[in-house]
Design a protein around this ligand. Structure first.
Ligand code: AKG
Length: 391
């Protein structure tokens, strides 16, 4: 259209409506329809694109494949527990991320979860839409982008968010197609929840909060009993805690340098356990560089969320991460986000506050997070920043 030509109001509106309808169908739909250029709605401002090296970076980001600390879950249960706990503490302090291997969840369950997620996104949009609208009505799903209504730029990602707690209430809303979706997703959700609880136990111990397993002095018995009671209470709260599963599908993108699968963000909860297929894409910010996490088949990438940073009074770090897309391959990931129940207050653990280490965060809860989402920019670590005490 020449600059002098003005589009009639009606057809501009039709154009806008048809674009909105397309975008609502997500990026897989765009890719399936042979899109050759990334639509403007998905193009990031130049400085936010994936290959930009910021002045603050300490090195070349291009091929930096980070070897995340590896935590062997089986070792954590054995005689070397205290050494593994030290490695766990160091990973949570210095990286905010680690890879968990030998976690005990059968390979079949993991493989089935990735497989059924792939099959879900392979269904034509018309079929997925039915599932989305059912879940949407029950408050359990948002189909694509980060937050379609408020985001200036959309992400090259389709996703399905499933609220998993309490499972019996949630089950009826879980997608019924593919027809094995419910069975596979539920058995995966249960396994991951159990693993999360075992990890919380280890994390609390690594923070010096759990039972002193080797204490022998009698005088310590009373303290030990009190500690155990307190630990039991914390763990019980986590047992009843929140669990969200987010199934992500990143289709190939014709111009991957212009967009992102997910923008830089930290996770809201206590811990996230991420399952990814063999396609690279996840990057974490480490020492001011963006570095790619090498997938280890069958393992979990575990990261500290905002709640754990608050709970640990800043000792463990919730770290920014983002997702790159590529022009060749689909990528599937399944993130399981865990925390205390939605109604609980999150605060620095009183035992981790002292005169030399004063409280660094104010109390928070899920509704203040939702309020923040409505009013503010939920990317980066903005929510966590808003909870920091300045003095
Ligand atoms: O897909 C990934 O690798 C990361 C997903 C993620 O960060 C999320 O779902 O919050």
């Amino acid at each position: 259209m020449s600059p002098g030509m003005v589009m009639p109001e009606e057809s501009r509106k039709d154009d806008f409506d048809s674009l909105e309808t397309q975008y609502k169908k997500g990026v897989k739909h765009l890719f399936d329809n042979g899109i050759e250029h990334v639509p403007r709605k998905y193009i990031l401002p130049a400085l936010e694109r994936p290959n930009v090296v910021h002045e603050k970076s300490t090195g070349d980001v291009d091929n930096a494949n980070l070897k995340l600390p590896i935590i062997d879950f089986a070792e954590l249960q054995g005689p070397n527990r205290s050494q593994v706990l030290n490695s766990l503490a160091s990973a949570c302090e210095n990286y905010g991320f680690f890879q968990l291997v030998n976690h005990g969840i059968p390979y079949e369950i993991i493989n089935n979860m990735v497989g059924v997620s792939k099959r879900f996104f392979e269904m034509p949009y018309s079929e997925r839409e039915i599932m989305y609208s059912r879940l949407y009505l029950s408050g359990q799903a948002i189909p694509c982008s980060y937050n379609q209504r408020t985001d200036g730029v959309f992400c090259w990602r389709d996703f399905l968010k499933l609220v998993c707690q309490p499972l019996p209430d949630v089950l009826p809303h879980c997608p019924s197609s593919p027809n094995d979706f419910r069975t596979l997703a539920v058995s995966y959700a249960k396994e991951v929840k159990f693993l999360f609880l075992m990890l919380v136990d280890a994390i609390l111990e690594s923070l010096g909060l759990m039972n002193k397993r080797n204490v022998t002095q009698k005088d310590d018995d009373k303290d030990e009993d009190e500690d155990k009671e307190e630990e039991g209470e914390i763990l019980k709260e986590f047992e009843d805690g929140s669990q969200l599963m987010i199934l992500n599908c990143y289709p190939p993108c014709p111009q991957p340098d212009l967009t992102l699968g997910m923008p830089p963000h930290s996770d809201y909860g206590f811990l996230t356990l991420l399952l990814q297929d063999e396609v690279k894409g996840l990057q974490i910010q480490h020492q001011k560089n963006w570095v790619t996490v090498e997938p280890i088949p069958g393992s979990f990438v575990v990261n500290v969320g905002d709640h754990l940073e608050i709970f640990s009074n800043g000792r463990y770090k919730s770290v920014l991460h983002r997702v790159l897309v590529n022009s060749m391959n689909y990528r599937i990931s399944v993130a399981s986000l865990h925390s205390l129940p939605f109604k609980s207050t999150i605060q620095p653990c009183p035992k981790l506050i002292s005169q030399t280490n004063p409280r660094r965060y104010m109390d928070t809860n899920f509704s203040s997070f939702l309020e923040f989402l409505k009013s503010g920019d939920s990317t980066k670590k903005n929510f966590l920043e808003s909870r920091k005490l300045t003095s």
